[in-house]
Design a protein around this ligand. Structure first.
Ligand code: GDP
Length: 301
């Protein structure tokens, strides 16, 4: 992720470093190039504008330009602005990166469009909760749209070495959610992960179903899974879910195939929801923490 953006920005900053002393015009020219690089990386326009304005405000001051290493100062200012855009300092409540501070069984609701990687991510999260937080996890698929979905989740649970809710044909998503929480309570699970059905596009039927499950299960975390490779569409999807359902965090998948990274940089500002985890491959351990400072470090290399 971010390879293209990283190499462009590094080019801009290398040129800046070679100049030694900087004029205001040099900084302005560099910021124009930064703006183009961010837009080419598919970062949302309002986010680009804010970021560049913030950097300009902080960098054009005489102190930066007159400092011993002005280019380095500019890089630091850009770095800080990127960290802020990504969501600031890392607050990671549990080793898994998820907030589990609720009475057991803690319900976690997984939502998102079909194909975003929701079911795969449910399995990855179960494995992580088991290994990092030492939690007893129950996985339950509420997807009655795709006949194979419940079996797929059961297989992923088996791979992760966690339990899955026995499949009872003919139940509605709300009935399955209620049964999962009931089993969770009776069998003393710490966490119940509820994987909802996805659709190919956002529609009222999907949103209504997810909202109803959320109202009933009252999840402590509602995690939206989005495909990073869909760029601005991922951001629009997230905004729609945030407005209609409300999410506590975002898991961005397929960052292993996304060289631009624009969605990651746009997500916090456009949706208000933090990115909590990154999916970086098909395997069950391919789930990464999201640390804004480390990501910024990766971008600015
Ligand atoms: P769902 O319809 O949202 O539940 O999507 P699935 O979990 O079934 O995932 C769809 C496809 O994406 C599967 O082939 C997964 O292996 C793949 N996938 C999921 N997450 C990632 C990821 O982070 N990176 C890559 N490369 N593939 C992923």
């Amino acid at each position: 992720m971010f390879e293209a953006l990283s190499s462009k920005l590094n080019g801009v900053f290398d040129r800046l470093r070679r100049r030694g002393a900087l004029s205001e015009a040099d900084v302005s020219e560099a910021l124009r190039e930064v703006r183009v690089a961010l837009l080419e990386a598919d970062v949302a326009l309002p986010v680009v504008k804010d970021l560049v304005a913030k950097v300009r405000e902080r960098a054009v001051g005489q102190e930066v330009i007159r400092s011993v290493s002005p280019a380095q100062q500019v890089v630091k200012i850009v770095n800080d602005a990127i960290v802020e855009a990504l969501g600031g300092g890392g607050e990671t409540p549990a080793p898994s990166g998820l907030d589990l501070s609720a009475p057991s069984p803690v319900p976690i609701l997984m939502v998102g469009l079909q194909g975003s990687g929701k079911t795969t991510t449910s399995g990855k999260i179960a494995l992580r909760l088991k290994n990092r937080d030492r939690k007893k996890v129950l996985l339950a698929s509420l997807d009655v749209q795709r006949p194979a979905a419940q079996l797929q989740l059961a297989q992923l649970a088996q791979q992760a070495g966690v339990a899955s809710l026995p499949i009872v044909p003919g139940q509605t998503p709300l009935e399955i959610a209620a049964r999962a929480m009931d089993v969770g309570r009776r069998e003393l699970y710490d966490v119940v992960v509820l994987d909802t059905a996805g659709r190919l596009a956002i529609d009222e039927a999907l949103m209504g179903e997810v909202a109803a499950v959320k109202a009933q299960a009252r999840p402590h975390e509602t995690l939206l899974v989005v495909d990073a490779m869909t760029g601005q569409d991922a951001v629009n999807t997230a905004r729609a879910f945030q407005e209609r359902v409300g999410v506590t965090g975002i898991v961005m998948t397929r960052v292993d195939g996304d060289a631009r990274g624009g969605a990651a940089l746009s997500m916090r500002q456009i949706t208000g929801a933090p990115i909590k985890l990154l999916g970086a491959g098909e395997k069950q351990d391919a789930l990464e923490d999201f640390h804004p400072d480390r990501i910024a470090g990766r971008i600015l290399g």
